[in-house]
Design a protein around this ligand. Structure first.
Ligand code: CA
Length: 224
């Protein structure tokens, strides 16, 4: 599980990162709102912790911009302000939860677990597109009449395409999503997995099709 931390107070950011890493999460820390926005836009994180008062771009601004761009990563806002107005405007901007600073490690970890559970639940309900359905529990792809088992990387790849259907997903994003880091040596392997998934879509006689945007990435389209 990869968690993005956007917090300008270095000590707090590093403290949070240490707590999360010792609990088995991978973390990335950024210290201003602008870089935070670009990281969040990559779509490779399972969750983001976002401070409200940040240099260059506020937590609320970066969050509402990311939501307008259809980034669905769960976000927990971190705030020193406990006023009710901030909570309301944060929810309007698309935050999933709040933590008021200072908070303790146990509370932080509990909130993250709760949010990730809910995210998986939402994902397993939402991975439906055109005439296909992905079942997380069995790792199967269902068409109208046929179904086929997907290998773990095929599943991750197709799930990412289904969730973001109609949008071009850059190669780098897909590689980071599937292998956990962006590495050019994985470019050929990505093409191999794309061809495997195309074969399986044909096998279940789906009308969903993976379209290549030359030199950029891939999108999943409904041919009907
Ligand atoms: Ca701050």
């Amino acid at each position: 599980m990869r968690i993005l931390i956007i917090e300008d107070e270095v000590e707090i950011a590093e403290g949070i990162s240490a707590i999360l890493e010792s609990d088995g999460y991978q973390t990335t820390v950024v210290f201003d709102g602008k870089s935070g926005f670009y990281e969040l836009m990559s779509g490779i994180y399972d969750l983001a912790l976002v401070d409200i008062l940040l240099p260059k771009k506020s937590g609320l601004d970066l969050l509402s911009e990311a939501r307008q761009n259809r980034v669905a990563t769960p976000v927990i806002l971190l705030t020193a302000l406990s006023q009710i107005e901030d909570k309301v405007s944060g929810l309007d901007c698309g935050a999933d939860d709040y933590l008021t600073k200072p908070f303790d490690a146990e509370e932080l970890l509990a909130r993250i677990r709760a949010r990730l559970r809910r995210k998986n639940y939402t994902l397993s309900r939402n991975t439906v597109f055109a005439d296909i359905r992905l079942d997380q529990a069995t790792q199967k792809l269902f068409g109208k009449d046929k179904s086929v088992k997907l290998a773990p990387k095929e599943y991750q790849l197709l799930e990412c395409l289904v969730i973001n259907h109609g949008q071009i997903i850059p190669r780098e994003t897909l590689i980071a999503k599937i292998w956990g880091y962006d590495d050019e040596s994985k470019y050929n392997q990505l093409d191999v997995y794309i061809s495997f998934v195309r074969k399986k879509l044909r096998f279940v006689e789906s009308r969903a099709s993976i379209v290549a945007a030359k030199g950029v990435g891939f999108s999943l389209e409904d041919r009907e």
